[in-house]
Ligand binder design. Structure first.
Ligand SMILES: Nc1ncnc2c1ncn2[C@@H]1O[C@H](COP(=O)(O)OP(=O)(O)OP(=O)(O)O)[C@@H](O)[C@H]1O
Ligand SMILES: [Mg+2]
Length: 267
């Protein structure tokens, strides 16, 4: 399976003079990372274009969260390069928010105030309107004045994703965002996220343990090896759109799922 590095045109200058909301391509090439003598990432090449969701599957402890932290600029790679919109990533930025499980909302702020915090801090005068739209999109309009502790787990998780989308990032990094949810809530959330990402064309890298989730949301799948991680294979997931609950019983999906599961189990 050929690895591809995107040569998509730069859609926006990130950081300086960033066009809010304009999606950008993420490119990582030859990324390696160790912690002391522990080699975690051996050689990772990945690209995510605007409008694309790339799912990353790999065994526990292989370095998926480490990879996301490197892509987010939270940790430097030992080797290789990471670029967003053609600009090298040199540190963390609201342009590359990472949503982790149990993501944090400020407990003393209402949901609305939590969502407005980021865009206001960035000096965005449209904060109120952006947040109204996100509350609507996440089905949380009726809960805008509640505190985080008054939300259910699923609502909190939607709120966490809305919170980072409020900053209109060109790129979204998701680390097992729905892992803690029950199966039905997870499916609803997945359908919601599929619609939202398609509408916004936010380049998204989704790390997940769940083969079904990877196939349902991903346009491409990267399967990582055991540590030190390399890309074992890259698969194009050409399943019909729009995807959702009906996709789960689509014969192509069922076949693909069996196929990928076998390879994951045999790895
Ligand atoms: N800051 C750190 N210092 C030292 N070792 C670390 C650090 N962060 C992660 N590791 C180690 O790097 C390896 C990869 O960890 P990482 O969290 O990236 O794995 P993962 O693929 O996300 O696992 P999981 O699927 O269980 O979430 C593990 O062996 C872990 O112990
Ligand atoms: Mg992890």
């Amino acid at each position: 399976m050929g690895r591809r590095l995107s040569t998509e045109p730069v859609t926006t200058a990130v950081s300086e003079g960033r066009t809010a909301g304009a999606p950008a391509t993420l490119t990582a090439a030859g990324v390696a990372k160790s912690y002391g003598t522990l080699r975690v990432l051996a050689q990772i090449d990945v690209s995510v274009a605007p409008g694309e969701v790339v799912a990353v599957l790999g065994p526990s402890g292989c370095g998926k969260s480490t990879l996301l932290r490197v892509l987010a600029g939270l940790e430097p790679p030992d080797r290789g390069r990471v670029e967003i919109g053609g600009q090298p990533v040199r540190g963390p930025s609201p342009d590359r928010p990472m949503v982790v499980q149990g993501a944090t909302l400020f407990p003393w702020l209402t949901l609305r105030a939590n969502l407005e915090w980021g865009p206001k801090a960035l000096g965005n005068r449209q904060a109120g309107a952006i947040v109204d739209e996100l509350l609507e999109a996440t089905g949380l309009s009726g809960s805008a004045d509640l505190l985080p502790r008054q939300l259910s787990g699923g609502m909190r998780q939607r709120a966490a994703i809305a919170q980072v989308l409020a900053n209109q990032p060109p790129l979204l990094l998701l680390d097992e965002p729905f892992g803690a949810l029950d199966a039905q809530t997870r499916l609803r959330m997945q359908e919601w996220l599929i619609g939202l990402l398609a509408e916004r064309r936010t380049a998204t890298l989704l790390v997940t343990h769940d083969v079904e989730e990877a196939l349902l949301l991903g346009h491409r799948l990267l399967r990582l090896s055991h540590r030190p991680a390399t890309v074992l294979e890259e698969l194009a997931l050409d399943l019909p759109s729009p995807r959702g609950r009906s996709t789960l019983s689509d014969p192509r999906f069922v076949h693909l799922k069996g196929d990928v599961l076998t390879r994951v189990l045999d790895a």
